[in-house]
Design a protein around this ligand. Structure first.
Ligand SMILES: N[C@@H](CCC(=O)N[C@@H](CS)C(=O)NCC(=O)O)C(=O)O
Length: 209
């Protein structure tokens, strides 16, 4: 069985959404991101991944895959019939990668990560400088579209949904971008998004950061 290492409401939420969308069963391990301990066993997370970051998807043979963009595409490709990622070679596959990279580098690492992890106010302020421009790019793209790529829900939407859920707590009010607020409302109507978020919000209450 696949195993997903996660921290509740961290970027690994996108992988949980993707797994639920595929209907593929997995074992979920809560990792404390500060202590780098796996909660249920107290085992050392560094032994699972030298990066010390979630998500980590572990295959049945014990190999671990890291990086949201790779993990999400792997999960999507387990059920090609669901079109959670366009097929390799199709032009939209590169659009998917384009959006996975954008969410990963510009929103996640460029803004959310420093906002929630850094203690230095100057570093946080600097991360904030570009976020309006970044978010505006996504909002403009979604003005006349229901999804980031193509006509249906893909793993890029799972990733963006997670990022948008955290923008509010990071002090960025989506009300300023109606296409994004509408998009997030639509995404939150998806049963598997609801299920993943409900599970992780409950788990988040049981741990302190
Ligand atoms: N480049 C990685 C970054 C993943 C990442 O930063 N995850 C955060 C949670 S949202 C984390 O585990 N942080 C702990 C740490 O960096 O020590 C990816 O895109 O998957």
């Amino acid at each position: 069985m696949l195993q997903l290492y996660f921290w509740p409401m961290a970027c690994s939420l996108a992988s949980r959404i993707a797994l639920l969308e595929t209907g593929i069963e997995a074992r979920y391990h809560l990792v404390h991101l500060r202590s780098k301990k796996i909660l249920e066993t107290g085992a050392d997370f560094w032994a699972i991944s030298a990066k010390g970051a979630v998500p980590v998807l572990m295959f049945e043979d014990g190999q671990a895959l890291t990086e949201n963009a790779a993990v999400l595409q792997y999960i999507a490709d387990l059920r090609p019939d669901l079109c959670l990622a366009p097929a390799f070679g199709e032009p939209d596959r590169y659009r998917l990668q384009e959006w996975l990279s954008f969410v990963s580098t510009e929103i996640h690492k460029g803004f959310l990560f420093p906002t929630f992890w850094y203690t230095d106010d100057a570093a946080k302020a600097s991360a904030r400088e570009r976020i309006v421009q970044t978010v505006s790019i996504v909002a403009a793209h979604l003005e006349a579209r229901q999804h980031l790529v193509g006509e249906g829900f893909t793993v890029a939407d799972a990733f963006l949904t997670w990022a948008l859920l955290l923008l509010g707590p990071a002090g960025i009010d989506l009300a300023g971008w109606p296409p994004l607020a509408d998009y997030l409302r639509r995404m939150q109507q998806r049963p598997h998004v609801q299920e993943a978020v409900a599970i992780e919000r409950e788990l988040r209450k049981t741990v302190t950061f």
